[in-house]
Design a protein around this ligand. Structure first.
Ligand SMILES: C[S@@+](CC[C@H](N)C(=O)[O-])C[C@H]1O[C@@H](n2cnc3c(N)ncnc32)[C@H](O)[C@@H]1O
Length: 459
């Protein structure tokens, strides 16, 4: 765990409630140890429905858990993780059952604090009410939950001036920075669970020249603070579908506590929107046994490609979708490229056909298969490739790869040296550097594969 943190049990002057917090050295918050007062009565949320179709398949009937009752605060078979921990003075609390939040090898993570027998139906381990989240819709009309920004605030101009297609994160980052600025906002308290600047894996991958919008200067006085907010959003937000009246809206959401769940391809949990009382619930999958000390995980990747991995800042050997997004119009002939490297299969299931390889061929490996998947290609029936045109396209794609390689702040060799150096390297930093290195190695592999392709197609 990073040196800048320590766990502390602190007495709240408000109602003598105890809670654990992590002191964050980089951004001490202004509300030292005071708990926020309850917010004024919240306007009725306009959300009607949220949910990812995929999760809904898995989802239990909505009646699985009734809203909290005064005399029956927890489902009978579960024990609260640490109920006082969540008494933050808001009208509704976050509640958790049978879990604890601890720093693990991949940063903050959620662990089971007791055994759970497999059940026929999914079971709730966390409930987070809408009013504790930060939410912004991805398209107009912009909607925020909770609606903390006063009408006419300059942040609206920033949000208005962003591109709805590409700046989703910037808008949520504005909201996060604003929440830190509002006196006694819940996020100031929760800020202690967020990685600090020197722990942010995706900060290492942040674009070099992303500038702070002028109107944000007060909320993010320095560039580092601005990039920190962006990278928190990148690595911790989720996309949910909201139905507002008749409109179905995609929204970016920061869900406190659930955002500490790490990824696993074999996740034991999933997120589910409980429509009737506007709670995000984290559930253990039906039929899954959990042992005390097991890590609780969700699958970040189901149905998505590498951009997902890009935003979360780590690479996974089980990710079959490592992709590079090319912007040029150049394309190479799919069949010719595949045949040069003895790659077979349908586009989504490409594999290297080692049986066809004659002689020594150490070059072809998973990286070349990934290159075949990610390169823009064309194929028109039996129309063959024209070598001179193919060569031109291959060169254009190589140039784009070179540009992408140059945009990193370090070289492949430098990353390798950081990883090989004897000095102590923080685990989260190591993950981010490995990810950055893997991206560069893939780009280099594509450049080299295109060299070989040009050689072979010409003769
Ligand atoms: C939603 S957050 C989870 C909480 C995170 N551990 C933290 O401390 O902020 C996602 C981030 O956790 C880390 N992470 C999650 N799953 C991981 C995994 N399977 N391997 C490595 N890092 C992981 C990555 O840094 C990622 O950007």
């Amino acid at each position: 765990m990073g040196h800048s943190f320590e766990w502390a049990k602190i007495s709240s002057p408000v109602d003598n409630v105890f809670f654990h917090r992590r002191r964050c050295a980089s951004y001490p918050h202004r509300h030292p140890w005071r708990l926020p007062d309850p917010p004024p009565a919240a306007p009725p949320p306009a959300v009607e429905e949220v949910g990812e179709e995929e999760e809904d398949d898995d989802a239990p009937p909505l009646r699985l858990l009734e809203p909290p009752q005064e005399d029956d605060p927890f489902p009978p078979e579960m024990e609260p993780a640490d109920p006082d921990f969540y008494r933050i003075g808001y009208a509704r609390m976050m509640r958790a059952y049978g879990i604890e939040f601890l720093e693990g090898p991949d940063g903050m993570a959620v662990y089971a604090s007791r055994d759970v027998d497999p059940l026929r139906r999914a079971r709730v381990i966390m409930e987070i009410p809408l009013e504790l989240m930060l939410t912004i819709t991805q398209k107009r009309p912009w909607m925020f939950f909770p609606d903390i920004i006063p009408l006419g605030h300059p942040i609206f101009d920033i949000i208005e001036s962003t591109d709805p297609e590409t700046d989703w994160d910037l808008r949520l980052a504005c909201l996060l920075l604003y929440a830190f600025d509002v006196e006694d906002n819940f996020w100031q308290l929760y800020g202690d669970f967020l990685p600090s600047v020197d722990e942010c894996t995706s900060l290492l991958l942040a674009p070099k020249h992303k500038t702070i919008p002028l109107k944000l200067k007060r909320l993010a006085p320095d560039h580092e603070r601005f990039l920190w907010a962006l990278s928190i959003v990148q690595s911790r937000s989720v996309n949910l579908k909201l139905r507002m009246g008749a409109f179905l809206q995609d929204a970016n959401v920061l869900v406190p506590y659930a955002d500490m769940l790490n990824h696993s391809p074999d996740a034991n949990c999933f997120l589910h929107w409980r429509f009737k009382d506007r709670m995000v619930e984290v559930m253990i999958k039906a039929g899954r046994a959990v042992k005390k000390g097991d890590e609780m995980t969700i699958d970040y990747m189901s149905g998505v490609n590498s951009s997902f991995m890009e935003r979360y800042g780590f690479s996974s050997p089980t990710n079959p979708w490592e992709l590079i997004n090319f912007s040029s119009d150049a394309k190479i002939h799919l069949d010719s490229f595949l045949s040069v490297f003895n790659i077979a299969g349908l586009h989504d299931e490409l594999y290297h056909n080692a049986a066809l390889t004659s002689g020594e061929n150490n070059f072809v490996d998973g990286g070349v298969v990934a290159a075949a998947r990610t390169l823009p290609t064309w194929s028109e029936g039996d129309v063959p490739a024209i070598p001179s045109l193919e060569r031109k396209s291959a060169q254009a794609l190589q140039e784009e790869c070179h540009t992408m390689l140059e945009s990193f702040s370090t070289t492949i060799q430098q990353d390798q040296e950081i990883l090989d150096s004897d000095g102590h390297i923080r685990r989260t930093r190591e993950i981010a550097i490995k990810y950055r290195l893997h991206r560069k190695l893939l780009l280099q592999k594509i450049i080299d594969a295109l060299d070989i392709y040009q050689d072979k197609i010409l003769f």
